[in-house]
Design a protein around this ligand. Structure first.
Ligand code: ADP
Length: 160
């Protein structure tokens, strides 16, 4: 039986932290779908199409990973794609409460989907998209944190 996973998120924008989690997932599952959410509940810097395109470029090296956009509930999208596992990343303790409530809510919505938490390598533990956006706004060098395509997109976005 094939074992497929979904890794949903906002990816505004995708960072080496997300990619680190995705690489770990790709080793464990036959196929992993990076699912870029349309609805995020918060204003985003990059629109859905921009976030999707950057994810596509940044994950092109991963053979058993595909990138898709989705609307609505992540659990519904997971089922429609034949995935039984939802990947989420856990960084510091600060992620824990939010991720726990999300995982429990998703189990309530659909008990068929199991949330699996992956922990990033130490060097990505404190990396977040919001931190990256602030650094970009301040004109910082981002090459250790995001792939070149994202660095370029951020430079263009914050130029104005
Ligand atoms: P969301 O808005 O759904 O939280 P994000 O794009 O911010 O979407 O994050 C998607 C998932 O990736 C979340 O589980 C988040 O905790 C995880 N994540 C983000 N950055 C990192 C990182 N540096 N290391 C590990 N996990 C991360």
């Amino acid at each position: 039986m094939s074992h497929n996973a979904i890794y949903p998120g906002t990816f505004d924008p995708i960072t080496y932290g997300h990619i680190n989690i995705l690489e770990k997932a790709a080793k464990q599952f036959d196929h992993t779908i990076l699912a870029v959410a349309d609805y995020t509940g918060k204003p985003t810097t990059f629109n859905l199409e921009e976030r999707y395109q950057l994810c596509l470029e940044a994950t092109a090296h991963l053979e058993n990973v595909s990138v898709k956009k989705f609307k609505g509930l992540a659990v519904d999208f997971a089922i429609s794609q034949g995935c039984s596992v939802m990947i989420r990343g856990l960084r510091a303790v600060s992620d824990f409460e939010y991720e726990l409530s999300l995982a429990l809510t998703n189990t309530k919505l659909n008990p068929q989907i199991e949330t699996v938490f992956l922990i990033p390598s130490l060097r990505y533990m404190y990396l977040s998209s919001s931190l990256i956006r602030q650094l970009a706004d301040l004109g910082s060098c981002l090459k250790d944190f995001v792939p070149p395509c994202v660095e370029l997109a951020l430079a263009q976005k914050y130029k104005s």
